[in-house]
Design a binder for this molecule. Structure first.
Ligand code: ADP
Ligand code: ZN
Ligand code: ZN
Length: 734
C-alpha cells in the first residue's frame, strides 16, 4: 500500500502541527481532514485533529510515529470548520492545537468512546375533552404551569435545557406530566425543514419604517458577506429586527447563530425566539453540563437545530447550513475571552461570516468604538433606530454632586427623597453599585492598617455573611482577624461599601419594602438568578441592588428610578478604554428603566460632576461622547486608528518579566512601535509579578508581521526559562 502521512493538531502549547504515519491497518476507509485520531505524544496518548493528509513526508522517516487509532464515530469536524479554526489560530498567533482543543466539547477531547443517549424533548399530548378542563384549571390556579404548558404546546419538541434556561423547574414539568398533559420523546435528529406552522404569525409585529428598511437591507445581503451595525437604544426594536431578518434565512432552511453576552441573564430574549419560531433551538452557555454541551454541538452539526443561541464560544460550533450570524450587545466585554486563548467572539464571528459568505448583524445601544468607527467609515452598513418602539419616553440622566449632599450609607439626600417618592407610587427602584461583597476593605481604626492579600498586594473584600475576607483578584480566603496584627487594637472595621452592605443598610432605611440583591454571590446556585428575576417582575421586591450583572439586557418595566451610586473610579483611569466602558455602562443601566408607559429617571452620584467626560455624556448623549472620544483617539494614534498587541509576562520576581520583555525591544521591528515594558495595572496577582509590552502598528498587516518576528526571537531569550508569557491581540484591558 502507498504510504500515507497526516498533519495533526494536538492539544499542546506548541505553535505547530505534528506529522504521523497512517499504518496500513488503519488506511481504510480513507482518512479525512477534520477526523479525530488517537496519537502517541511523549508517553501519553492524546486526541488530535487531522488538518492535512499527504502522500509524502520530508522529515526523517525513522522518527515519524504511527497514529494509534481512529475514533470511528460521527463526531468529526467539517473541512470548513477546520479552516475557520486555523484562521483563528493564525489571527491570534495562538498554538493551533490549543485552538482546536478549546473549540471542541470536552467529551470529544477524551480518548474513551462516548456513549450518547439520544437527546429527549417534551411534547404536548393531544388535548381531548377530558384534558381541556385540566388546562383551564391551570390557567386559573397555576399560572407558571400554564405558561410552561403553552410553550411546550407551541413546539414540536422542546428540551429540558431550554425550559430550564427559561426559568421553569423540574417540579413544574413533573406536575404537567403527572396530569398526562405532556410526554417526553426522543428528539428527531434529521435536518430541520421549514413548515407552515414554523412561524408563529400572531406574535409578529408590524415593523416601523426604520425597522423595515433594516430588515430589507439584511435580507438583500443574504448569500454574501456584509456586516450590519444596528445601533438603537434599549427598547428601540432591535430584537424584532433580528427576528424578522431570521425569518427569511430559516425559511430557506438555513441556520442562524445568535451570540449574546449571557443567556442565563436574559431569558426574555430566548423566550421571544421560542414564541416566534417553532423550530429546534440549541443552547450553548455556561450552565450546561458536558453531555448537554455535546448534544448542542451535535444538533448544530447534524442540522437538526435551526437556531443556535450561545455565548462567545458558540462561534466554534459546526454549522454547515449557516445563513446568518447575529451578535447582540456587540460592545459587551464578556465577548472577549480573557485567558489562554484570548479571542474576541465578535471579531471571530465576522471572520467566519466572511469565510462563509454570509451577512452578520451587530446590535447595541452603545456600540463599541471599533464598530462605530467601522460603521462611520463605511466599512459596515450602518443602521440607526432613533425611537423607542411603543410609547415610553427615554430615561433622563441627572448628576448628583456628592460634595453638596448629606450622605448616609452612600446614598445622597436627593436620591433618598426620589426613592421614597418612587416607592410611594408603587414603582421599583434599582441601585447600581459595581462592588460586590460587604466592604472593599477592612482597616484598623487606631493605626489604619488594612488587610491586604499578600499574593496580590490589594485589600481583601469583606464578605460579612460568610464571615470571610476574600481576595477578588486571586480568590484566596481568610478569617477576619480578631485583632489588628499591627497594633493589637480590636477596633477593626469595614471601609467603604459593597452590595452586601448596601442591602442591609436599605433594610434599616426602608423596613417596609422588600429588597433583593443580584450579583455573582447571590446567584451562585443554579436557577437562582432566574428565580430572583422572576420575583422582580412579579413585584415581590421593590428595591433592587446589583452589580454590572444587572446592566445586561434585562427589561424591568416597573423600575422607574435607577441610581448609579459611584462612577468616579472610571473617570481617572489610565486605561483609555475605561471611559468608553463607563459610558456604555451608564447608558445600558439607564436603558433598564421606564420601559412601558412609565418614564424613567436615572441619577448618577459623583464627587466630580464637572468632569468633562461626565458632562458630555449626560448633556450630549452617547454618540456625541463617542465621536469626541474617537477624535481624541485618532489624534493620539490609539485603536481603532492603530492596531495593538500586548505581550504579557509574569514571574515570581519582578525583575524577570521586565528583563524578558526588554530584551525583545532591543531590535527594532519595522512598521511597529513598542511601549514599555511597564508593570500591568494589577502589578502583582496571585503571587506573580506582571509586566507587559505594547506593540503598535498603523496597519494590521504590519502588526501581524511584527509579531511573527517577535515570536521568532522568543526561543533565544535569555530569560525565557524564568517567565510565563502570553500574547493578546487587540487587547481590551491594559
Ligand atoms: P431592543 O431589542 O432594541 O431592546 P425590542 O425588539 O425588544 O427592542 O423592542 C422593545 C419593545 O417594543 C418590545 O416589547 C417589542 O415587542 C416592542 N416592539 C418592537 N418593535 C415593534 C413594532 N414594530 N411595533 C410595536 N412594538 C414593537
Ligand atoms: Zn492597628
Ligand atoms: Zn489575591
Amino acid at each position: 500500500m502507498p504510504e500515507q502521512y497526516i498533519q495533526v493538531a494536538i492539544p499542546v502549547p506548541m505553535r505547530q502541527l505534528f506529522t504521523y504515519r497512517v499504518p496500513d491497518a488503519l488506511k481504510s476507509p480513507t482518512i479525512n481532514v477534520g477526523e479525530r485520531v488517537a496519537v502517541p505524544f511523549g508517553s501519553r496518548k492524546v486526541i488530535g485533529i487531522v488538518i492535512e493528509t499527504q502522500a509524502e513526508c520530508n522529515f526523517d522517516l525513522a522518527k515519524i510515529k504511527s497514529i494509534a487509532g481512529r475514533l470511528n464515530d460521527n463526531f468529526n469536524l467539517s473541512q470548513s470548520l477546520v479552516s475557520f479554526l486555523q484562521l483563528c489560530a493564525h489571527y491570534y498567533h495562538h498554538p493551533v492545537g490549543d485552538v482546536f482543543q478549546q473549540a471542541l466539547p470536552i467529551l470529544l477531547r477524551k480518548i474513551e468512546n462516548i456513549t450518547l443517549t439520544p437527546p429527549m424533548v417534551w411534547q404536548a399530548k393531544a388535548l381531548d375533552n377530558d384534558k381541556k378542563p385540566i388546562v383551564e384549571g391551570l390557567e386559573k390556579k397555576a399560572a407558571k404551569q400554564f405558561a410552561l404548558y403553552q410553550i411546550i404546546n407551541s413546539h414540536r419538541g422542546i428540551s429540558w435545557v431550554e425550559l430550564r434556561t427559561l426559568g421553569y423547574s423540574k417540579a413544574q414539568l413533573n406536575a404537567l406530566e403527572s396530569k398526562q398533559l405532556i410526554t417526553e420523546i426522543e428528539q428527531i435528529t434529521t435536518e430541520f425543514n421549514w413548515q407552515d406552522d414554523t412561524l408563529n404569525q400572531n406574535n409578529k409585529l408590524l415593523l416601523s419604517p426604520e425597522q423595515a428598511i433594516i430588515v430589507s437591507a439584511i435580507n438583500h445581503s443574504l448569500g454574501k458577506f456584509s456586516c450590519h451595525l444596528v445601533d438603537g437604544v434599549t427598547g428601540s426594536g432591535k430584537t424584532e429586527v433580528y427576528l424578522q431578518a431570521m425569518e427569511a434565512v430559516l425559511a430557506n432552511n438555513q441556520q442562524v447563530l445568535v451570540i449574546v453576552p449571557e443567556i442565563g441573564l436574559t431569558p426574555q430574549t430566548l423566550d421571544r425566539f421560542e414564541q416566534r419560531f417553532n423550530v429546534p433551538i440549541a443552547l450553548h452557555h455556561s450552565a450546561l453540563n458536558d453531555k448537554e454541551r455535546l448534544a448542542t454541538w451535535l444538533s448544530a452539526q447534524q442540522g437538526s437545530a435551526a437556531i443556535i443561541i450561545g455565548t462567545r464560544s458558540a462561534i466554534f460550533t459546526p454549522l454547515h447550513r449557516l445563513g446568518l450570524i447575529i451578535i447582540d450587545e456587540e460592545h459587551d466585554s464578556s465577548l472577549k475571552q480573557q485567558d489562554s486563548f484570548r479571542y474576541h467572539g465578535r471579531d471571530m464571528a465576522i471572520l467566519r461570516a466572511r469565510q462563509l459568505n454570509i451577512p452578520i448583524v451587530l446590535g447595541s445601544a452603545t456600540p463599541s468604538f471599533e464598530s462605530l468607527h467601522n460603521a462611520l467609515s463605511g466599512k459596515y452598513n450602518y443602521h440607526q433606530l432613533h425611537n423607542r418602539a411603543g410609547k415610553s419616553n427615554k430615561a433622563k440622566i441627572a448628576l448628583i454632586d456628592m460634595n453638596q449632599q448629606q450622605v448616609e450609607f452612600g446614598l445622597s439626600g436627593t436620591l433618598k427623597h426620589e426613592m421614597k417618592q418612587t416607592l410611594a407610587r408603587g414603582e421599583q427602584v434599582l441601585l447600581f453599585l459595581n462592588r460586590r461583597g460587604y466592604a472593599p476593605a477592612i482597616n484598623c481604626q487606631e493605626c489604619h492598617w488594612i488587610a491586604d492579600c499578600q499574593r496580590c498586594d490589594k485589600p481583601y473584600t469583606l464578605h460579612q455573611k460568610q464571615g470571610l475576607l476574600i481576595c477578588h483578584h486571586c480568590g484566596s480566603q481568610k478569617r477576619i482577624p480578631p485583632q489588628c496584627p499591627s497594633c493589637g487594637s480590636v477596633r477593626i472595621a469595614p471601609l467603604g461599601q459593597g452590595t452586601e452592605q448596601l442591602e442591609s443598610r436599605l433594610e434599616e432605611l426602608f423596613p417596609d419594602n422588600s429588597i433583593v440583591r443580584i450579583d455573582r454571590d447571590s446567584t451562585r446556585k443554579k436557577g437562582e438568578l432566574a428565580k430572583l428575576l422572576q420575583e422582580v417582575s412579579d413585584k415581590k421586591h421593590q428595591l433592587l441592588v446589583g452589580t454590572q450583572m444587572l446592566a445586561k439586557g434585562h427589561h424591568f418595566p416597573d423600575v422607574t428610578l435607577v441610581a448609579v451610586l459611584d462612577v468616579d473610579g472610571a473617570l481617572f483611569s489610565f486605561d483609555f478604554r475605561a471611559s468608553e466602558q463607563m459610558a456604555q455602562l451608564l447608558i445600558q443601566v439607564a436603558g433598564r428603566a421606564g420601559r412601558a408607559s412609565k418614564p424613567g429617571k436615572v441619577l448618577v452620584q459623583s464627587n466630580f460632576v464637572d468632569h468633562p467626560l461626565l458632562q458630555d455624556l449626560v448633556h450630549n448623549g452617547y454618540h456625541h461622547f463617542a465621536h469626541q472620544a474617537l477624535t481624541e483617539r485618532k489624534q493620539a494614534l490609539l485603536p481603532p486608528f492603530t492596531f495593538q498587541a500586548l505581550l504579557r509576562a509574569d514571574a515570581n520576581y519582578p525583575s524577570y518579566p521586565e528583563k524578558f520583555l526588554r530584551e525583545l525591544t532591543v531590535n527594532r521591528i519595522e512598521g511597529c512601535e513598542f511601549a514599555g515594558p511597564v508593570p500591568a495595572a494589577m502589578e502583582k496577582k496571585a503571587g506573580k509579578f506582571r509586566y507587559h509590552l505594547i506593540i503598535q502598528a498603523k496597519t494590521r498587516k504590519e502588526l501581524h508581521r511584527g509579531i511573527l518576528q517577535l515570536l521568532a526571537q522568543i526561543p533565544n531569550n535569555e530569560w525565557l526559562a524564568k517567565v510565563r508569557w502570553s500574547l493578546d491581540i487587540d487587547p481590551i484591558d491594559l
